[in-house]
Unconditional design. Structure first.
Length: 164
């Protein structure tokens, strides 16, 4: 019989998928969800799996919503599909930020993207201001808005840092 290096991985992934379904996570492989689970676990939040909603909420008060921007070391957190215009779509895009109680910027280690290096809590008004600046300068109606790690360090407050 040939050696199958994937067998154990597949078995563990199927087990993880079953565990996720038991707590209401139907598609564990939804893009970005695994990292959101890692972040929510670290911050003590509950993950929201809908792509049309915030990333997480408070465990005790589900009206307190949280947005996560994440990247690997040296990268940028990104908001996808933000509308510059028309005005109603721009307002809807900005609502993705303003609906939140807090926005967090999470940096994962480049060499192990399951490990969090640092988490910044960002000021929502500063995130909105930077988002509007980028949208105003964009030549596109729909843009991706990026926040480099250094921007988060300059504009955020560290709420978690991995001990070296």
């Amino acid at each position: 019989m040939a050696f199958n290096p994937y067998g154990k991985i597949i078995k563990l992934v199927l087990q993880a998928s079953r565990l996720a379904k038991n707590i209401g996570i139907i598609n564990l492989f939804q893009p970005g969800l695994i990292k959101e689970i890692i972040i929510a676990d670290r911050l003590g939040h509950r993950v929201l799996v809908s792509k049309r909603h915030a990333d997480a909420c408070d465990l005790k008060d589900s009206s307190l919503l949280y947005e996560y921007l994440s990247c690997k070391e040296g990268g940028s957190g990104q908001l996808d599909r933000m509308f510059k215009s028309p005005l109603e779509k721009r307002a809807s895009s900005l609502y993705r930020l303003t609906r939140n109680h807090k926005i967090f910027f999470i940096v994962f280690y480049a060499g192990d993207q399951t490990k969090i290096k640092v988490i910044y809590e960002l000021n929502i008004l500063k995130v909105v201001e930077e988002t509007e600046r980028q949208l105003n300068n964009s030549r596109n109606i729909i843009s991706h808005v990026g926040f480099p790690e250094q921007w988060a360090a300059n504009n955020g407050r560290v709420v978690y840092r991995e001990k070296s």
